[in-house]
Design a protein around this ligand. Structure first.
Ligand code: A3P
Length: 306
């Protein structure tokens, strides 16, 4: 399949285009394996996203909600295991997903795959899908800073302008970003009630309502007693950026340490978590270009990404 070596990362990362979307090598190979072998269970809940849209936060929340009968804030594995290691990625760790099916009936499965690349058994099943998305400008900056830091380049050695241009051409991790979202958006209209869309900015503004929506949608609603006892607030606090980014595991651990090419320091998943950081990077011209592009791409779909 077509390849693109990312010039602004000094050739450190090559992306592969498969079925219309770009991905890094090991996830590209994992995609093909998952498509061939994954058998969805009706109880599965798919946590899906394009990278840098708030996946880590959503995983932490979903994990805390689903496991709250077993653990509280002082015993939860989230204190010692980073969220990406709590919920395996379908296209990266199919074995762990299958082990979860066999051993524990743990329902959460994560993916960055576009809807059109999901394994057939998942599309055909009735399992629920939760999809998080975020303002495109902040995703561009978050994506840039993540890859720049992961490849250990300085900001001066990795020009933002080139990263921006690649992103606008659709060349980003799991991009084109707008096509990724639109795939799930269209599918949600074909199968109403199957996909919950959560917007990162809405979750920041109103975490309580969004966490309750999430819990209800995935089949783990909070009881009145739990609400009275402050369980929702405790989960929000546990999974907050302030708390998660200060846990030792997230400050000093490494995600996938055994896999040299995609081992990432956990701290890189917790950068600023601010809305509007794009204003520190974008020129007026860039702002106009991306606004125009998004208007074109999303015109008539009812989605708002600005
Ligand atoms: P920034 O780079 O803007 O800081 P993903 O998890 O999909 O890779 O997205 C990473 C983005 O989510 C980063 O944004 C990161 O700081 C932010 N993030 C990580 N954990 C978070 C949390 N608990 N609450 C809110 N945002 C969080």
């Amino acid at each position: 399949c077509p390849q693109h070596t990312i010039s602004w990362l000094k050739g450190n990362i090559t992306m592969y285009k498969y079925l219309g979307f770009w991905n890094i090598k090991s996830f590209h190979e994992g995609t093909i394996l998952a498509q061939k072998c994954f058998k969805a269970e009706p109880s599965d809940v798919l946590v899906s996203s394009c990278p840098k849209t708030g996946t880590t936060w959503l995983k932490a929340l979903a994990f805390a909600i689903v496991t709250r009968d077993k653990f509280d804030e002082s015993t939860t594995p989230l204190l010692t295991t980073m969220p990406h290691d709590c919920i395996p990625l379908l296209e990266h760790d199919l074995k762990k997903v299958e082990d979860n099916h066999k051993n524990s009936g743990f329902p959460l499965v994560a993916t960055h795959l576009p809807y059109s690349s999901l394994p057939e058994s998942l599309v055909a099943s009735d399992c629920k899908i939760v999809y998080i998305y975020r303002n495109v400008k902040d995703v561009i900056v978050s994506h840039y800073r993540f890859l720049q830091e992961a490849t250990k380049l300085s900001v001066d050695d990795a020009p933002f302008e080139a990263a921006f241009d690649d992103f606008c051409q659709g060349i980003s991790w799991c991009g084109p970003y707008w096509d990724h979202i639109l795939g799930y958006w269209k599918a949600s209209h074909e199968r109403p009630g199957r996909i919950l869309f959560l917007k990162y900015e809405d979750m920041k503004r109103d975490p309580r309502n969004n966490v309750k929506r999430l819990a209800e949608f995935i089949g783990y609603p909070f009881s009145i007693e739990e609400e009275k006892a402050g369980v929702v607030e405790n989960i929000i606090k546990l999974c907050s950026f302030e708390n998660m980014s200060n846990l030792e595991v997230n400050k000093s651990g490494t995600h996938r340490p055994e896999e040299e090419d995609i081992a990432i320091e956990n701290r890189l998943y917790f950068r600023k978590a601010k809305d509007g950081d794009w204003e520190n990077y974008f020129t007026e011209e860039m702002k106009e270009k991306i606004d125009k592009l998004i208007d074109e791409k999303l015109s008539g779909t009812g989605l708002v990404l600005k």
